[in-house]
Write a protein that binds this ligand. Structure first.
Ligand SMILES: [Zn+2]
Length: 156
């Protein structure tokens, strides 16, 4: 039986990856890295720790501070508001997940991607989609054959 856990971030159920060591699986609290990062980013203690670390580094290293300031100014000059970043996130996920025909396949792909990586997951999902399509074609053909036979029987 596959072990599952409930994500502390989004509440989703996630499965134990087949290659997960006991230690890692025991430590794990989130369905994905993204979920863990989101939860950490909302935690005031975590934010303070990161802020303190950054401030300490910038105070001790004038070169790093100059680089940091330049990068921050460049970002402000680009003037990309949060709504813009939200939009680009949506575009990105449309571009990476847009080929998936429905929510169910999408969910399957995301789960497989977590376990096997994107390339392998895409291959697996495409294969299962092709199998389903072939099955659909065969079903249609059988249905047409049946109808044809019924017509012939009725004729004679
Ligand atoms: Zn989650």
């Amino acid at each position: 039986m596959i072990e599952t856990k409930t994500c502390e971030g989004c509440g989703a159920q996630y499965e134990r990856p087949p290659n997960a060591r006991n230690w890692n699986w025991g430590q794990r609290r989130f369905c994905s890295r993204g979920c863990g990062a989101r939860v950490a980013a909302m935690d005031p203690a975590h934010r303070k720790k990161c802020g303190d670390g950054l401030r300490a580094r910038l105070a001790s290293d004038p070169e790093a501070k100059a680089r940091h300031t330049a990068a921050a100014k460049a970002n402000i000059a680009k003037g990309r508001p949060l709504s813009d970043r939200k939009k680009s996130g949506a575009t990105r996920s449309r571009n990476t997940l847009g080929w998936l025909p429905d929510a169910e396949t999408r969910k399957l792909y995301i789960r497989l991607r977590e376990q096997y990586g994107a390339a392998k997951a895409k291959e697996m999902v495409k294969e299962s989609m092709a199998v389903a399509a072939r099955r659909e074609v065969r079903r249609n053909q059988q249905e047409m054959d049946r109808r044809h036979r019924r017509e012939l029987e009725q004729r004679y």
